[in-house]
Design a binder for this molecule. Structure first.
Ligand code: ATP
Ligand code: MG
Length: 312
């Protein structure tokens, strides 16, 4: 079915990215709640946006990827994507809401395992994500973790420079991928997703971006040095975490991509396969419960269009 913007009421703003704004919306007729991602676009980008939407369609059926339902027609060339609503938001927002207090390891095991399952589903469809980071790992109150954001919004910026002219996006790039930005060499994009996932999980454990000292805003030069010359090993000294967690992170953050574990291998790692799965999922649910979101719900649901999208 073809949806129109006027079929929905906006309940609240769920988040902003480089690409646009995401709203929680209710379908007026069925009362079903969705997330609606609005992306500013113009006609010249239509083909690129179409390519990205084709990729999104190929992810339907992935249990650990945020479900894409359909496009919603807009009066302009803007793109509106109707998505499954992940009612507990992103792991990144969760961390900020906690004042950057780290996630407990048992809950993190559930995050890591489900994010790996999501990557396995994508990789088996020959889809690489390329932007795994805490802001793109979403959670719901059932304790499910799903991968979001296939860069429909980033299409706009990608042509400008390989790092989307946005340092935050480079922060989770693997050493060999940064090399390829500089020298144009080939790299294994699947292994690069694994690096980003390891770094994201480590960030949730540390409470801050792990490769730079706390409080240092990531600038390009500091990041290059930290990623390409630093040692991820030093981040987690003995005693800072369980042996299983430290070993898991080490397997994800091996500098040489050939030595890094694959998604399939990591799914067998004791950190994610050893712990009782129900127990770790329950730990994640409890953790979400304790840190629930009090973000304001609009008192009167408004029609979309009355809330101007944030321009990028
Ligand atoms: P970026 O490029 O910074 O990753 P983006 O513009 O591509 O961002 P998304 O990552 O898709 O956009 O969404 C931005 C934020 O909106 C997310 O970090 C999350 O907080 C929220 N969000 C996105 N999709 C959903 C969803 N399906 N359910 C709940 N919240 C969502
Ligand atoms: Mg995002």
């Amino acid at each position: 079915p073809d949806f129109l913007l006027s079929d929905f009421n906006t309940l609240r703003v769920l988040g902003h990215g480089n690409g646009g704004t995401v709203y929680e919306v209710r379908h007026r007729r069925s009362a079903a709640v969705f997330a609606l991602k609005m992306v500013r676009a113009d006609v010249s980008l239509r083909h690129q946006v179409q390519r990205e939407v084709d990729i999104l369609r190929r992810t339907v059926g992935c249990r650990h990827v945020v479900r894409f339902h359909s496009l919603v027609r807009t009066p302009s060339a803007d793109v509106a994507l109707l998505l499954e609503n992940m009612d507990r938001g992103s792991t990144d927002a969760l961390l900020r809401r906690r004042g950057r207090r780290p996630f407990p390891e048992l809950a993190l095991a559930a995050v890591a395992r489900q994010a790996l399952l999501g990557l396995a589903e994508l990789h088996s469809r020959q889809i690489v994500h390329r932007d795994i980071k805490p802001a793109n790992l979403l959670v719901n109150s059932a304790g499910e973790v799903k991968i979001a954001d296939f860069g429909v919004g980033k299409v706009l910026l990608r042509s400008l420079d390989p790092c989307d002219s946005y340092v935050g996006t480079c922060a989770y790039m693997s050493p060999e991928r940064l090399d390829s930005v500089t020298y144009g060499a080939d790299y294994d994009p699947y292994a690069a997703d694994v690096w980003s996932l390891g770094l994201a999980v480590l960030e949730l454990h540390q409470g801050h971006f792990p490769l730079l000292p706390e409080g240092v805003p990531p600038d390009w030069a500091a990041l290059m040095v930290a990623i390409c010359l630093g040692e991820a090993k030093g981040v987690l000294p003995e005693g800072a975490a369980s042996d299983e967690f430290r070993a898991f992170i080490d397997c994800c953050l091996r500098k040489e991509s050939g030595k890094r574990w694959s998604v399939a291998e990591l799914l067998g790692h004791p950190f994610v396969s050893g712990a009782d799965r129900d127990e770790s999922k329950q730990a994640l649910r409890d953790f979400l419960q304790e840190n629930s979101d009090e973000s304001p719900v609009l008192k009167e649901p408004r029609k979309l269009g009355q809330i101007p999208p944030i321009s990028i």
